[in-house]
Design a protein around this ligand. Sequence first.
Ligand SMILES: [Zn+2]
Length: 131
Amino acid sequence: MTCADDDLYQRAHDVELAFERCEPWCRLTDRHRSESFREDQYCLSVERRVQFSLEDCAPGWAMPVDDVAPHIGVYARRDYYRMPYIMINLFRENRNEFRCIDTDFKVTPLEALELAEHLMAVVAQVVGGGA
Ligand SMILES: [Zn+2]
């Protein structure tokens, strides 16, 4: 083995370690070592949730945001050996066999910013000041 090989092995090792570390925003900091499978070793941030008061079955304003109220939640996630991304979770009651729609969208940071810009533009249209 040559010095160049040693350097290559070291860099490969460094890359592996970088993906094994938890992200600064991860709810856990133990590098998910208690999980048996790689697919369960992912970093996940605290969810930020908005509950929608105009939807059917929405609780009153005084109610705290709960799991069964119609809402959209967003959080950061990074799977093992992958780049971080944004998860957007949509939840609402439904008449299907599961009695709800509970689905996730995987979004890149640029796509999330584009969505945020669209929301801001539409809000400006509704409250005035937008084109
Ligand atoms: Zn983590």
